[in-house]
Design a protein around this ligand. Sequence first.
Ligand code: ZN
Ligand code: ZN
Length: 266
Amino acid sequence: MKQTADFHMHTVFCDGKNTPEEMVLRGIELGFSVMGFSVHSPLWEDCPWTISKSRLSDYRREIERLREKYADRIRIYCGIEKDYLTDFPTDDFDYVIGSVHYVCAGYEKIEVDHSAEIALEGIERYFGGDIYAYAEEYFRTVGEIVEKTNADLIGHFDLLTKFCDCGLAFDTSHPRYVAAWQAAADKLLKTGVPFEINTGAISRGYRSTPYPALDIMRYLAEHGGTAVITGDCHSAKALGTAYEEAYALAKEAGLPLVNRVRNISF
Ligand SMILES: [Zn+2]
Ligand SMILES: [Zn+2]
């Protein structure tokens, strides 16, 4: 099955480089049949990487305009990537990606995917340098992501490995790490919601493989999980990056790809 859909992409409405229209034109060029925009949900305060509440109506209007303008060439959907820490209502979006971007430590939060330095500093300060305690807290929240966000797609399951090749290496076969992700996977597998195979860290130069790691894909496959390939692109240029690798890994793991997100089939 050649997937010609992507449900995870960011534009100038949050932290992406291109306009939605530039993304659509590139998607058409690549032969995509479906594109879903997944703006970062507003958080408790305006952040540089999320959309502000005041711009949401502009976002929705622009995606609607493109949906009509390009209706004869591509199907376009208006989604949202909802962070674990927001209760922002998302019922009127076409679909929701549920994602964890912060690890909480009491009232403090560590941004998981901003930089290795920020993650390391937080691990040192709030987890006494114990990276596995940090991973345990990360996966505790990941395990609740569907329940918390009512997600239709589970975003970048092991995002905390983003800097494994560049400043935040740890042993992903460590028993505490494995127990943490397996507990989260077990909870999420019960929901039947597909997991992303997300190539975003490849297009942005952080990793050479998608999320999640191959051993996690194998575990998901063995326990009835399913997946959808996504690009998590932050530029038009990145669209379609490493899809071939993602297919190959899904196949190697025996992880079935589904062709449906909420009620959108592709
Ligand atoms: Zn994300
Ligand atoms: Zn994203």
